[in-house]
Ligand binder design. Structure first.
Ligand SMILES: [Zn+2]
Ligand SMILES: [Zn+2]
Length: 298
């Protein structure tokens, strides 16, 4: 990233503080929510589940629309984003992972890698994302001119509602969405629980799942990347999946990849094994206590 784009990044980050200079209202909070969550769906549905993981298929128009919305999140272009994400899975928490808090520390995994990654910021021609989606001119356009959609959004916000709309509809949600996304790379590799014993440090976390529209079920996702859903059960909130299902119902999405039964069976097996280990250790503990009491009684 050039110095100019880095300066723009920090300028936008700082611009979120402008909310303290605009009187909040229910309408402006709703505007923040629409701008944050709609662009979040663009990122997760198009950049992540479609380009990086091919969890479903959609036509070229729908793909462009969602990719445009995702690019408006100001997290660079779809090929760059999804291409690096493939490398994250390939090297998860090992050398070669572009953003692992285990390998390179929390700040670098959260922001540093995104701004200036001298070691991993490269997409080989054989990267599956570049190889297969780089041939579509409209996707290449978004990837090269990734600053156009966010700029248009900022201009549109200002044109419609002046300074308050610019701040609540662009500045603040761009920053909250950046951190909601980055948190998947940091928080979800540090805090939460692990349903599956994957070789990485991925964790499930309902808090990040909420702000990143379903991506917080990250241990599920590391176990089985191909599924269109990251929340593997109905109680794991996954709005991105609901949108994909809705698209499927009206014929806009197809070949929606399910979670295979063997993965659910594995989840049950891991749970049963841990329960058994837990019961055994409790029994061992009470055995020790019993012995001490017996000695005390002597
Ligand atoms: Zn991960
Ligand atoms: Zn992924």
């Amino acid at each position: 990233m050039t110095t100019l784009t880095q300066a723009v990044f920090w300028l936008v980050q700082a611009s979120a503080l402008l909310v303290f200079f605009v009187q909040a209202s229910a309408g402006l909070v709703a505007l923040w929510a629409v701008s944050h969550f709609l662009r979040a769906i663009g990122l997760t549905l198009a950049f992540h589940r479609y380009f990086a993981h091919r969890a479903f298929k959609m036509n070229r128009v729908a793909r462009f629309v969602w990719a445009f919305i995702g690019t408006a999140a100001m997290q660079k272009g779809p090929l760059w984003w999804a291409g690096h994400h493939v490398n994250h899975h390939k090297y998860a928490d090992r050398d070669g992972d572009p953003h692992s808090p285990m390998v390179s520390g929390v700040y670098y995994a959260h922001i540093g890698w995104f701004l200036n990654d001298t070691k991993h910021d490269r997409l080989e021609a054989n990267n599956p994302v570049v190889r297969d989606f780089g041939k579509f001119p409209e996707i290449r356009f978004l990837n090269t001119y990734f600053f156009v959609p966010p700029l248009l959004l900022a201009i549109a916000m200002f044109a419609i509602g002046g300074f308050p709309w610019l701040v609540w509809g662009f500045c603040l949600p761009t920053v909250t969405l950046a951190h909601a996304t980055f948190a998947i790379n940091t928080v979800n590799h540090l805090f939460g629980w692990r349903r599956f014993d994957t070789i990485d440090e991925s964790r499930n976390n309902p808090f990040t799942a909420f702000f990143a529209v379903g991506e917080g079920w990250h241990n599920n996702h590391h176990r089985y990347q191909r599924a269109a859903r990251n929340g593997f059960y109905w109680w794991e909130f996954d709005p991105t999946y609901y949108v994909i299902r809705a698209m499927q119902l009206v014929g806009l999405a197809w070949d929606v990849q399910p979670v295979p039964e063997r993965i659910y069976a594995e989840a049950r097996a891991v749970k049963a094994r841990r329960l058994q280990q837990h019961t055994t250790s409790v029994l061992q503990d009470s055995g020790t206590i019993g012995l001490e009491l017996a000695e005390d009684a002597d």
